[in-house]
Design a protein around this ligand. Structure first.
Ligand code: AMP
Length: 439
């Protein structure tokens, strides 16, 4: 099937062609006709499947025929994160370039005054994160009585982020007669309950079994006997792999800055992205990464879902995610749109249970890549996981400086560990290994 077979307007077809797409993806093939027929849609699809265009493309044509009144948007797209909201808005710009549609982005962390001014102009497409939308609604700055199309994107992510009460309140304010398009990568019971409540006789579209990993991704578990050897593991791979650009996921926000510092010390062009950063910093970090000015983005799970960077070559899990589904989402940042990608996950013996859970979820064993990092260093005096790897070493480094010892920088301590002392040669003790690796 080609886009021209879908009965889209000439303007949309031209924009799609200029984007370089000829054939709709499976979700687009099924969702576009359903949206055109004003049906509700339940899309079970991961990001990377072309799901955003599956709703933006037909919405552009549907909305082309009307006019919005001030402060009364005609359609509403709810997104769990600001980055995803920005990406949806990029889609409307890309595919709607030959249409006159007013769009507004209502997300936290940016000026409310400007957002209110945009609403005053009359908005055809409103893209919002739930918290800021309710904030403006409660201040009487926005009316939701004219919403004809509601899109709920990444519903399961909204659940993870605690947005369900906000979501329920927003939907209760909307007109009962409307078209609802509901997308989620997975269908936990709470999400199923919402889908049943909000959708009427929906067209159900499942494009990839939930919780599966793309066949375009080669992914490996890298045993790291001690968490302090993660820097060494990363740097070894950094030198071995041809990394065009990569996300490096950490479980804890405070580790992100430390990992970033380590990479900077290695001369790597790196930036951070996490929820505690100012919105302007988040936008800038993502923009410079997308523009290829930074090679590595060290991030929290805020970047795990939905963020689309063309042709990302690698993903690293500095930490094994606690939530198995996050593994699928994290590594799914690479291997998108039919391109190949590689993903590496650093697993310490403490991660054993999480690794087992991930393997159970994806239904297969993840290939193990042994980097031969040497024996685990002796336990530090502090609690093992109380501080990130690099900080521990920096402290070590400062101590040495204070004592006027010979200068030994952070990286040589980390990266040389595989060259190590005689004592450290000869690989791992069985006890150092996660149980899934023990013989
Ligand atoms: P999404 O699942 O919406 O995050 O989209 C994933 C990627 O697929 C984005 O980079 C889109 O630009 C790209 N894409 C969307 N539709 C198509 C298509 N029909 N053919 C090829 N790539 C597409």
């Amino acid at each position: 099937m080609e886009f021209k077979d879908l009965g889209l307007s000439e303007g949309v077809l031209r924009a799609v062609e200029e984007a370089g797409y000829k054939n709709p993806t499976p979700i687009q093939e099924q969702a576009i006709p359903a949206v055109q027929m004003c049906r509700d849609v339940l899309g079970l699809a991961q990001t990377g499947t072309g799901k955003t265009a599956a709703f933006t493309i037909p919405m552009i044509d549907t909305l082309a025929g009307g006019r919005a009144k001030a402060r009364m948007p005609r359609s509403l797209i709810l997104s769990p994160t600001r980055e995803l909201a920005a990406q949806i808005s990029d889609n409307f710009v890309k595919y709607g370039k030959y249409h006159v549609l007013n769009m507004a982005l209502i997300v936290g962390g940016t000026s409310m005054d400007e957002q209110i001014r945009n609403l005053d102009k009359g908005v055809d497409v409103l893209i919002a994160t739930p918290g800021r939308l309710l904030d403006l609604f409660d201040r009487g700055k926005i009316l939701l009585a004219d919403i004809k199309i509601l899109v709920i994107d990444e519903a399961d992510r909204m659940l993870d982020m605690g947005f369900i009460p906000d979501l329920e309140r927003i939907v209760s304010i909307l007109p009962k007669i409307r078209q609802t398009l509901f997308f989620s990568a997975t269908m936990p019971p709470e999400i199923k309950r919402l889908a049943d409540k909000y959708l009427s006789n929906p067209k159900i579209i499942t494009v990839a079994p939930p919780s599966s990993t793309s066949t375009n991704i080669e992914h490996f578990m890298v045993p790291v006997p001690h968490f302090r050897q993660k820097s060494a593991a990363f740097y070894k791979l950094y030198q071995q792999e041809e990394i065009k650009n990569a996300f490096v996921f950490c479980n804890r926000k405070r580790d992100i800055e430390e990992v970033k510092k380590f990479m900077k010390s290695k001369g790597i062009k790196v930036a951070a992205l996490h929820g505690d950063m100012e919105q302007s910093e988040r936008t800038e970090a993502l923009a410079s990464f997308k523009a290829g000015e930074t090679q590595i983005l060290v991030c929290s799970d805020v970047a795990a879902r939905g963020i689309d960077v063309q042709g990302m070559s690698h993903v690293f899990n500095w930490d094994v995610p606690h939530n198995s589904e996050d593994y699928v989402h994290r590594i799914g940042r690479t291997g998108r749109a039919n391109m190949k990608g590689r993903a590496f996950t650093f697993a310490t013996p403490m991660d054993d249970k999480s690794v087992q859970a991930i393997q159970k979820l994806i239904g297969k064993k993840i290939e193990v890549l042994d980097l031969d990092l040497g024996k685990a260093p002796p336990p530090p005096p502090e609690k093992p996981r109380a501080e990130p790897a690099v900080r521990q070493h920096e402290r070590h480094h400062n101590r040495h400086e204070k004592q006027n010892h010979r200068h030994r920088n952070v990286d040589s301590i980390e990266v040389d560990s595989d060259k190590g002392s005689e004592k450290n040669k000869g690989g791992f003790d069985q006890d150092d290994l996660p149980s899934f690796l023990r013989k």
